[in-house]
Design a protein around this ligand. Structure first.
Ligand SMILES: Cc1ncc(COP(=O)(O)O)c(C=O)c1O
Length: 343
């Protein structure tokens, strides 16, 4: 229940107001939040030029990344100590920075070295890197010119999005009722610190008892999921929606590109970029999702109208499809080999 700290009426006597205020003990509120000791020391995190223990990894409350979601990020996998598709992640980060008129204060070489330093300092062999570039410390107010230096954070840690059993069985997803922010409003290729649209779609999934949601454009075209790109398979051909052409709009996923341009040819299947209506997804032989954190995961059912609607569409056989499995196995073979691609 929120505490109303303002006087109950304009005519209330000052004494009564003070008496009412005196009963509010703000000191106990501090216990609501974890202390740096509660948060702990590991991993060591790179924050604006310093390597510090996790509990002390902090930015200013005047940072516009926090105040306005003004900034960008990257999620990157570490396999066998290597930075998977490091070059492509750096390309996307610096391209996103250009798209939002943000000058990253460190060079690409330095950004790569920061990641390697975080991997080394935390002795990580298999894990996940989160790079964040925020507009930085500024004044209250939107004006990005008042933020002289962009903030840079690098976290090397672990991530697990979905239960391991879903990788073998496939998982159920929902179709979010909330559409994706239109392309005219925000370029979907920008991996910005504004994920509220995706988070609220994810909440729809959670309310329906699952972990992921398919997001449609405002006029009903399939775009992507809250944190993954989407693929469908029909009659042996793999399809995925375009990023910025036609009616779709999605992030240019590094995993999506890897699957489309490298893994599909390796397993001998054709991959076609094509706009799709929801119907084509529901009638597909197989559906799978891709993302750095998710890797490759099959979809076995799609909940079209939310929990209890009875409108739960089984995809294919209701298990992970055979082509999806081939792609996933090829992916695992590569990321567990001695030739994890960093290009
Ligand atoms: C909205 C969205 N789409 C797609 C992806 C997949 O992109 P990538 O394969 O580069 O991780 C992500 C991952 O962060 C995402 O957030």
């Amino acid at each position: 229940m929120p505490i109303n700290l303002s006087p109950t009426s304009a005519s209330a006597a000052p004494v009564a107001v003070n008496a009412q205020r005196a009963q509010v003990d703000l000191s106990k509120l501090a216990k609501l939040w974890p202390t740096p000791q509660d948060i702990g020391d590991k991993p060591l995190v790179w924050v604006n030029g310093r390597m510090v223990p996790k509990g002390q990894a902090m930015v200013s409350v005047y940072d516009h990344g926090l105040l306005y979601g003004d900034g960008i990020f990257e999620g990157i996998r570490i396999y066998k100590g290597k930075i998977f598709k490091c070059k492509q992640h750096l390309d996307r980060l610096y391209e996103c920075a250009d798209k939002i008129h943000l000058k990253i204060p460190v060079s690409r070489e330095e950004m790569e070295a920061i990641q390697r330093e975080c991997i080394r300092a935390n002795a990580i062999d298999e894990g996940y890197i989160r790079l964040v570039v925020s507009r930085g410390y500024g004044t209250l107010g939107l004006d990005p010119r008042r933020c002289p230096v962009a903030g840079v954070i690098c976290i090397a840690d672990q991530i697990r999005l979905y239960e391991p059993k879903f990788y073998d069985e496939g998982m159920r997803v929902v179709v979010a009722k909330r559409p994706k922010t239109p392309r005219e409003c925000l370029d979907p290729r920008v991996k910005s610190l504004n994920y509220l649209n995706n988070i609220l779609a994810k909440v729809e999934a959670i309310e329906a008892g699952c972990d992921e949601a398919i997001m449609l454009s405002t006029d009903g075209w399939v775009t992507e999921c809250t944190g993954d790109n989407i693929f469908v398979i029909k009659n042996g051909v793999v399809y995925t929606p375009p990023h910025t052409t036609g009616n779709s709009g999605s992030l240019e996923g590094i995993t999506e590109r890897f699957v489309r341009t490298e893994l599909c040819p390796m397993v001998g299947v054709q991959c076609v970029v094509k706009e799709m209506r929801l119907d084509e997804v529901l009638k597909a032989d197989e559906v799978f999702l891709t993302g750095t954190a998710a890797e490759i995961i099959g979809v076995n059912a799609i909940d079209v109208d939310g929990p209890g609607s009875g409108n739960n569409v089984k995809i294919g056989t209701g298990k992970e499809g055979t082509i999806t499995r081939k792609l996933r196995m090829k992916f695992r073979e590569i990321v567990t080999s001695d030739h994890v691609p960093e290009d």
